[in-house]
Design a protein around this ligand. Structure first.
Ligand code: 13P
Length: 284
């Protein structure tokens, strides 16, 4: 089916309290695998792309590839740009017909972030594109963006002001999760999710999904953090799959057999998360 607006996908998830996986794909194979997982589990899905991948492939090629792949499957799917501080790339994606963008102005002051996010929302909404907002930098580096330490957590009233005044469609708060592989058990601020959602009912986003337990996902989703981001696990699964296939078959030279084996592994990984998030069976 044609791509479904992010607002529609997140509204249903937020109202019914299930999580929708947003998987950072890196090429056609992984986009195909994530969509196949959504078909397998009858799940809505978000195909997410890091800025680095957009710079490598181009906003328009990714949009065309996504539209064609999404058209062939009967599940709601949206195309989302992950952490992007670059206004030009945001504009390229909006004009190329992406579903949603994360304007990451977390390095700016509160006032500048607020002002610039408002401008991005105005541009995106004119094109029917949704905007994810970020105020406090999420810990960890995601495809070259961010820092190991993350940013300061702002006072709750500031976060609420940001959500209200910018008109963003989803919000990524700092709640103790981090991009990359966790070194210890993360200390999650569940209360912060409830405080934001109770005051401003906006779908929240879980960054740093790789390595969180099923229980943590369930509790965060129950409280309203319904967009659940997975990037690192996709990269690990993909690389391990290539390695295992080639190591086991040193004389195999058929590229399609290799790529199909990797697709199968990435699909299984994504389908597993979809079952945990509770999106399985929700595609109508
Ligand atoms: P992980 O690195 O934990 O998979 O986080 C993904 C993410 O939040 C993308 O923005």
């Amino acid at each position: 089916m044609p791509s479904v607006p992010m607002q529609v996908i997140l509204k249903d998830a937020f109202e019914k309290r299930y999580g929708v996986g947003a998987f950072n794909i890196v090429n056609d194979l992984t986009m195909d695998a994530v969509l196949a997982a959504a078909v397998e589990t009858r799940s809505p899905v978000i195909v997410q792309v890091s800025l680095k991948t957009v710079k490598q492939m181009g906003a328009r090629l990714l949009a065309l590839m996504f539209e064609e792949m999404a058209r062939r499957v009967q599940v709601p799917a949206a195309l989302h740009l992950d952490h992007c501080p670059d206004r030009q790339v945001i504009q390229d994606c909006v004009e190329a017909g992406w579903s949603s963008v994360l304007f990451d102005a977390s390095k700016l002051t509160f006032e500048d972030n607020l002002a610039q996010t408002k401008e991005v929302v105005a541009l995106a909404h004119r094109h029917g594109v949704a905007v994810e907002g970020e105020l406090e930098a999420i810990k960890g580096v995601e495809d070259g963006i961010g820092s190991e330490n993350g940013g300061a957590v702002v006072a709750l009233d500031k976060a609420l002001q940001f959500v209200r005044e910018t008109g963003i469609d989803s919000f990524a708060p700092a709640i103790g999760t981090a991009h990359g592989v966790y070194k210890g058990t993360p200390k999650i601020n569940f209360e912060r999710v409830s405080e934001i959602v109770e005051a401003e009912p906006v779908p929240l986003v879980i960054h740093g999904g790789t390595g969180l337990s099923d229980e943590v996902f369930h509790e965060l989703i129950r409280r309203g953090a319904v967009k659940t981001n997975i990037s690192t696990q996709l990269k690990i699964t993909m690389a391990d799959s290539f390695r295992a296939y080639l190591n086991e078959r040193p004389k195999e030279y058929d590229p399609l057999k290799l790529l199909n084996a990797v697709k199968k592994d990435v699909q299984a990984m994504a389908a597993g998360y979809m079952r945990v998030f509770g999106s399985a069976g929700r595609a109508s």
